[in-house]
Design a binder for this molecule. Structure first.
Ligand code: ZN
Length: 408
């Protein structure tokens, strides 16, 4: 078992935050991935003849704020506490493991934490899991997840990210096989090809993470979360350069203070300041364990985690402004990738509109294929499609501002 040592210090976070939030502009032209494009189309029937405008939404469901949160290392607390808290279910009571560390929670029942799709349907908060295939096992006192637990969370929409096969960082590590063996292990056990990498933290040769970044990108990963890079706050109102993206990783962690939520309030204040930006943003953060003990002092104690996530849900989820899209890294990445490569055109004749969307060739290992369109019209409307390739829903009868398309 390896004990991760890395911490990104608060001042680094502040520096990244200040430098990235206002200056995510200067990017090279995105390369065309379309070898052969496909066109999908559907119709809109308006109540009146007034002019409509339609364009891709900056974020799915017209949200203002995408928040991605990843649990590193595949600790069992993800399944015992975080998953039932967010998805709904019984949170484990205290659960002492092989390391004599309590990875359980408060033993209560959670009804889940939700945002909506903008059309009245609740969606549970989902996280990402950065896992090391070599650590997963089935022993009763284990500190790590089992494959079955991981699969259950994956099936519930949580994304799984590559964190190296052994979480190896020390001198002599074969970074390339760490990347590829984990890809193989995940393919064998979960049945899909993993496509985003999170550099394992720990003691290693100077700048060892550069090796991981290179090897992961060379082996077809679309992005790497590392010590330094773009983000963690991304402005998403214009075209983004997502190609071989290296993203800076910052952590939410409990402090020694177990009597108040002051530490969590500080992190929540940062979120507040990000959400207040006039333009839509994507924010990406990490922690390790979410059980009662602050695992390796790199984690969120369960009471802190519960307070943190519940506060976010109450403020920005369905019980609050409903402005958050609480979705893991891969899901948001894939939405933005597709958003920047579709070509939306439409023709309006009186109250009939024909919408055409030219799709790029979508990489086979994409998991999420969703498009949201921001509609401006004073008129109520209905959508019509006879394509079996799409599932279309809209708020045409109420707010007439959003069309969600799920590609099959
Ligand atoms: Zn790690």
């Amino acid at each position: 078992m390896k004990k991760p040592q890395t911490r990104i210090k608060a001042f680094l976070f502040t520096a990244f935050f200040l430098t990235t939030i206002f200056s995510f502009a200067n990017h090279s032209e995105i390369k065309s991935d379309s070898v052969k494009s496909t066109i999908i189309s559907f119709k809109i029937k308006l109540k009146s003849n007034e002019k409509i405008t339609i364009k891709p939404s900056s974020l799915k469901f017209n949200k203002h704020f995408a928040y991605s949160f990843t649990l590193d290392d595949g600790y069992r607390s993800a399944y015992l506490t975080a998953f039932p808290l967010l998805n709904g279910g019984k949170i484990s009571a205290s659960n002492n493991n092989e390391w004599k560390i309590d990875q359980g929670g408060d033993g209560t029942n959670s009804s889940g934490l939700f945002y909506s799709d903008g059309l009245g349907n609740k969606i549970p908060f989902k996280l990402g899991l950065a896992i090391n295939g070599a650590s997963l096992n089935n022993s009763p006192k284990r500190g790590h997840l089992s494959w079955a637990e991981t699969k259950e969370m994956y099936n519930a929409g949580w994304d799984i990210l590559n964190h190296g096969f052994h979480h190896a960082t020390k001198h002599g590590t074969n970074y390339l096989t760490e990347v590829t063996e984990n890809t193989t292990s995940i393919k064998q056990n979960l049945g899909f090809t993993i496509s985003h990498f999170v550099v394992p933290g720990g003691d290693g040769d100077e700048k060892y993470y550069l090796e991981y970044e290179k090897d992961a990108l060379d082996k077809g990963h679309f992005s790497v979360a590392s010590y330094y890079g773009k983000g963690p706050v991304y402005k998403v109102n214009s075209k983004m350069d997502l190609d071989k993206l290296i993203s800076a990783r910052t952590f939410v962690q409990s402090s020694k203070d177990t009597t108040s939520f002051k530490t969590m309030d500080k992190f929540l204040k940062t979120i507040d300041s990000i959400v207040k930006q006039p333009d839509p943003v994507w924010f990406n953060e990490f922690t390790h364990g979410t059980g009662n003990t602050n695992l390796w002092n790199l984690s969120m104690r369960f009471p802190d985690f519960k307070y943190y996530m519940t506060t976010i849900a109450n403020k920005y989820g369905v019980k609050g402004s409903d402005s958050v899209w609480m979705a893991p890294w891969q899901e948001v990445y894939e939405y933005l990738w597709l958003r920047d490569r579709i070509k939306v055109s439409y023709e309006q004749i009186n109250n009939n509109v024909t919408v055409k969307i030219e799709l790029p060739k979508i990489p086979e290992n994409f998991r999420h294929r969703a498009i949201s369109l921001k509609v401006e019209t004073p008129s109520k409307f209905e959508t019509e499609s006879n394509s079996s390739e799409l599932k279309i829903s809209s708020d045409g009868k109420t707010k007439h501002s959003l069309i969600n398309i799920q590609l099959k």
